[in-house]
Design a binder for this molecule. Structure first.
Ligand SMILES: C[S@@+](CC[C@H](N)C(=O)[O-])C[C@H]1O[C@@H](n2cnc3c(N)ncnc32)[C@H](O)[C@@H]1O
Length: 216
Protein backbone atom coordinates (compact mmCIF):
# COMPACT_ATOMS: atom_id res chain seq x y z
CA UNK A 1 0.00 0.00 0.00
CA UNK A 2 2.78 2.44 0.81
CA UNK A 3 5.72 3.39 2.99
CA UNK A 4 4.96 5.96 5.68
CA UNK A 5 6.87 7.67 8.47
CA UNK A 6 4.02 9.27 10.41
CA UNK A 7 0.32 10.01 10.39
CA UNK A 8 -0.36 13.37 8.69
CA UNK A 9 -4.15 12.94 8.66
CA UNK A 10 -4.04 12.72 12.49
CA UNK A 11 -2.24 16.07 12.80
CA UNK A 12 -4.20 17.83 10.04
CA UNK A 13 -7.49 18.27 12.00
CA UNK A 14 -9.48 17.70 8.80
CA UNK A 15 -13.05 18.96 8.70
CA UNK A 16 -16.03 17.95 6.55
CA UNK A 17 -16.11 19.83 3.24
CA UNK A 18 -12.38 20.57 3.01
CA UNK A 19 -10.22 20.10 -0.10
CA UNK A 20 -7.09 18.06 0.71
CA UNK A 21 -3.97 17.48 -1.41
CA UNK A 22 -1.63 14.54 -0.64
CA UNK A 23 1.91 14.95 -2.04
CA UNK A 24 3.41 11.61 -3.13
CA UNK A 25 0.23 9.68 -2.42
CA UNK A 26 1.69 6.21 -3.17
CA UNK A 27 -1.06 3.57 -2.88
CA UNK A 28 -3.44 6.20 -1.50
CA UNK A 29 -3.63 5.12 2.15
CA UNK A 30 -3.68 8.66 3.62
CA UNK A 31 -6.02 9.90 0.86
CA UNK A 32 -8.65 7.35 1.84
CA UNK A 33 -8.40 8.28 5.54
CA UNK A 34 -8.67 11.96 4.55
CA UNK A 35 -11.61 11.21 2.21
CA UNK A 36 -13.63 9.68 5.05
CA UNK A 37 -12.90 12.72 7.24
CA UNK A 38 -13.85 15.42 4.69
CA UNK A 39 -16.90 13.42 3.57
CA UNK A 40 -19.07 13.76 0.48
CA UNK A 41 -18.87 17.57 0.58
CA UNK A 42 -15.07 17.51 0.53
CA UNK A 43 -12.46 16.33 -1.95
CA UNK A 44 -9.03 14.68 -1.85
CA UNK A 45 -6.42 14.86 -4.63
CA UNK A 46 -3.44 12.51 -4.47
CA UNK A 47 -0.43 13.36 -6.66
CA UNK A 48 2.33 10.86 -7.44
CA UNK A 49 5.01 10.84 -10.15
CA UNK A 50 5.12 7.04 -10.55
CA UNK A 51 2.56 5.59 -13.02
CA UNK A 52 2.67 2.19 -11.24
CA UNK A 53 1.74 3.75 -7.88
CA UNK A 54 -0.97 5.80 -9.58
CA UNK A 55 -2.51 2.63 -11.08
CA UNK A 56 -2.38 0.94 -7.68
CA UNK A 57 -3.99 3.97 -6.00
CA UNK A 58 -6.76 4.07 -8.62
CA UNK A 59 -7.49 0.36 -8.10
CA UNK A 60 -7.62 1.00 -4.34
CA UNK A 61 -10.00 3.93 -4.98
CA UNK A 62 -12.54 1.54 -6.52
CA UNK A 63 -12.50 -0.56 -3.32
CA UNK A 64 -12.69 2.62 -1.18
CA UNK A 65 -15.80 3.78 -3.07
CA UNK A 66 -17.45 0.36 -2.81
CA UNK A 67 -16.82 0.25 0.94
CA UNK A 68 -17.70 3.87 1.82
CA UNK A 69 -20.07 4.97 -0.95
CA UNK A 70 -17.80 8.03 -1.39
CA UNK A 71 -16.38 9.18 -4.74
CA UNK A 72 -14.38 12.10 -3.36
CA UNK A 73 -10.79 10.84 -3.91
CA UNK A 74 -8.93 11.27 -7.21
CA UNK A 75 -5.32 10.65 -8.22
CA UNK A 76 -3.21 12.74 -10.62
CA UNK A 77 0.14 11.96 -12.21
CA UNK A 78 2.67 14.69 -11.46
CA UNK A 79 5.71 15.90 -9.57
CA UNK A 80 5.46 17.70 -6.29
CA UNK A 81 7.86 20.33 -7.66
CA UNK A 82 5.36 21.08 -10.50
CA UNK A 83 1.94 20.28 -9.03
CA UNK A 84 -0.95 19.67 -11.46
CA UNK A 85 -3.19 21.70 -9.14
CA UNK A 86 -4.65 25.22 -9.49
CA UNK A 87 -3.43 28.20 -7.44
CA UNK A 88 -5.16 28.82 -4.07
CA UNK A 89 -7.50 25.83 -4.44
CA UNK A 90 -6.58 23.60 -1.45
CA UNK A 91 -7.51 23.85 2.25
CA UNK A 92 -4.97 21.32 3.56
CA UNK A 93 -1.76 19.86 2.10
CA UNK A 94 -0.69 16.56 3.64
CA UNK A 95 2.35 14.41 2.83
CA UNK A 96 3.85 11.29 4.33
CA UNK A 97 7.52 10.45 3.87
CA UNK A 98 7.95 12.12 0.47
CA UNK A 99 9.57 15.57 0.78
CA UNK A 100 12.91 13.97 1.70
CA UNK A 101 12.91 12.31 -1.75
CA UNK A 102 12.57 15.58 -3.65
CA UNK A 103 15.65 16.72 -5.60
CA UNK A 104 14.37 20.33 -5.36
CA UNK A 105 12.86 20.84 -1.91
CA UNK A 106 12.53 24.67 -2.14
CA UNK A 107 10.42 24.19 -5.31
CA UNK A 108 8.20 21.61 -3.57
CA UNK A 109 7.59 24.02 -0.66
CA UNK A 110 6.89 26.92 -3.05
CA UNK A 111 4.31 24.72 -4.76
CA UNK A 112 2.68 23.93 -1.40
CA UNK A 113 2.32 27.68 -0.75
CA UNK A 114 1.02 28.32 -4.29
CA UNK A 115 -1.82 25.75 -4.17
CA UNK A 116 -2.97 26.58 -0.61
CA UNK A 117 -5.88 28.96 -0.11
CA UNK A 118 -5.22 31.93 2.18
CA UNK A 119 -5.32 30.50 5.73
CA UNK A 120 -4.83 26.96 4.39
CA UNK A 121 -2.81 24.44 6.39
CA UNK A 122 0.07 22.01 5.90
CA UNK A 123 0.48 18.75 7.86
CA UNK A 124 3.56 16.82 6.82
CA UNK A 125 5.25 13.76 8.32
CA UNK A 126 8.77 13.18 7.07
CA UNK A 127 12.20 12.08 8.21
CA UNK A 128 14.66 14.78 9.31
CA UNK A 129 18.24 14.84 10.56
CA UNK A 130 19.39 15.80 14.06
CA UNK A 131 23.03 15.82 12.91
CA UNK A 132 24.79 15.16 9.59
CA UNK A 133 24.96 11.55 8.38
CA UNK A 134 28.37 9.97 7.73
CA UNK A 135 29.44 10.34 4.09
CA UNK A 136 29.02 6.56 3.52
CA UNK A 137 25.28 6.94 4.20
CA UNK A 138 24.80 10.23 2.36
CA UNK A 139 25.87 8.53 -0.87
CA UNK A 140 24.07 5.21 -0.22
CA UNK A 141 21.30 4.64 -2.78
CA UNK A 142 19.34 2.32 -0.48
CA UNK A 143 19.45 4.94 2.27
CA UNK A 144 18.19 7.49 -0.28
CA UNK A 145 15.19 5.45 -1.46
CA UNK A 146 14.60 4.44 2.18
CA UNK A 147 13.88 8.14 2.92
CA UNK A 148 17.01 8.71 5.05
CA UNK A 149 19.87 10.00 2.86
CA UNK A 150 17.79 12.79 1.26
CA UNK A 151 16.44 14.10 4.57
CA UNK A 152 17.26 17.68 5.61
CA UNK A 153 17.94 18.83 9.17
CA UNK A 154 15.08 19.89 11.44
CA UNK A 155 16.20 23.54 11.19
CA UNK A 156 16.49 23.32 7.38
CA UNK A 157 12.91 22.01 7.31
CA UNK A 158 11.78 25.13 9.19
CA UNK A 159 13.77 27.28 6.77
CA UNK A 160 12.13 25.67 3.73
CA UNK A 161 8.64 26.34 5.10
CA UNK A 162 9.58 29.91 6.10
CA UNK A 163 11.16 30.69 2.74
CA UNK A 164 7.96 29.56 1.03
CA UNK A 165 6.13 32.23 3.05
CA UNK A 166 4.33 29.90 5.47
CA UNK A 167 3.69 30.95 9.09
CA UNK A 168 2.84 29.34 12.46
CA UNK A 169 5.43 26.65 11.73
CA UNK A 170 5.58 23.90 14.35
CA UNK A 171 8.04 20.99 14.27
CA UNK A 172 7.68 17.91 16.47
CA UNK A 173 10.53 15.34 16.27
CA UNK A 174 9.52 11.75 17.16
CA UNK A 175 12.47 9.33 17.63
CA UNK A 176 10.11 6.38 18.38
CA UNK A 177 9.54 5.59 14.67
CA UNK A 178 13.25 5.14 13.87
CA UNK A 179 13.82 3.32 17.19
CA UNK A 180 11.00 0.88 16.34
CA UNK A 181 12.43 0.12 12.87
CA UNK A 182 15.89 -0.34 14.42
CA UNK A 183 14.54 -2.68 17.12
CA UNK A 184 12.56 -4.70 14.54
CA UNK A 185 15.84 -5.38 12.68
CA UNK A 186 14.55 -3.63 9.55
CA UNK A 187 17.23 -4.40 6.88
CA UNK A 188 17.78 -0.72 5.98
CA UNK A 189 18.25 0.26 9.61
CA UNK A 190 20.64 -2.67 10.14
CA UNK A 191 22.66 -1.33 7.21
CA UNK A 192 22.55 2.19 8.67
CA UNK A 193 23.73 0.88 12.09
CA UNK A 194 26.82 -0.59 10.44
CA UNK A 195 27.76 2.79 8.92
CA UNK A 196 27.34 4.76 12.17
CA UNK A 197 30.05 5.45 14.77
CA UNK A 198 30.19 2.84 17.58
CA UNK A 199 27.88 3.59 20.48
CA UNK A 200 25.36 5.58 18.39
CA UNK A 201 21.90 4.60 17.15
CA UNK A 202 20.05 5.68 13.98
CA UNK A 203 17.69 7.85 16.08
CA UNK A 204 20.71 9.88 17.23
CA UNK A 205 20.89 11.03 13.59
CA UNK A 206 17.44 10.78 12.03
CA UNK A 207 13.89 11.11 13.42
CA UNK A 208 10.34 11.19 12.18
CA UNK A 209 9.20 14.82 12.13
CA UNK A 210 5.67 16.22 12.17
CA UNK A 211 5.51 19.64 10.51
CA UNK A 212 2.46 21.88 10.65
CA UNK A 213 2.21 25.37 9.17
CA UNK A 214 -0.29 27.77 7.64
CA UNK A 215 -0.49 30.17 4.68
CA UNK A 216 -0.92 33.51 6.43
C1 LIG B 1 7.96 6.56 0.58
S1 LIG B 1 6.63 6.56 -0.57
C2 LIG B 1 5.31 7.23 0.44
C3 LIG B 1 3.95 6.96 -0.14
C4 LIG B 1 2.78 7.41 0.71
N1 LIG B 1 2.82 8.83 0.99
C5 LIG B 1 2.70 6.61 1.98
O1 LIG B 1 2.78 7.19 3.08
O2 LIG B 1 2.52 5.41 1.91
C6 LIG B 1 7.06 7.90 -1.64
C7 LIG B 1 6.08 8.15 -2.77
O3 LIG B 1 6.35 9.44 -3.29
C8 LIG B 1 6.42 9.39 -4.70
N2 LIG B 1 7.36 10.46 -5.08
C9 LIG B 1 8.67 10.55 -4.78
N3 LIG B 1 9.19 11.69 -5.24
C10 LIG B 1 8.19 12.36 -5.85
C11 LIG B 1 8.10 13.61 -6.54
N4 LIG B 1 9.17 14.39 -6.67
N5 LIG B 1 6.90 13.96 -7.05
C12 LIG B 1 5.82 13.16 -6.91
N6 LIG B 1 5.84 11.98 -6.28
C13 LIG B 1 7.01 11.57 -5.75
C14 LIG B 1 6.88 7.99 -5.03
O4 LIG B 1 6.48 7.60 -6.33
C15 LIG B 1 6.20 7.17 -3.93
O5 LIG B 1 4.93 6.71 -4.30
Amino acid sequence: MGLSCGNPTAIASLKPGEVVLDLGAGGGFDCFIAGSKVGAGGRVIGVDMTPEMLSKARRNAVIYSEQTGLTNVEFRLGEIEHLPVADASVDVVISNCVLNLSPDKPAAWREIARVLKQGGRVAVSDLALLRPLPEALRSDLEALVGCVAGAVSVSEMRGLAESAGLVSIELRPKPEYVDALTDWNDPLYQRIMQALPAGTRPSDFVVSLDVTARKG
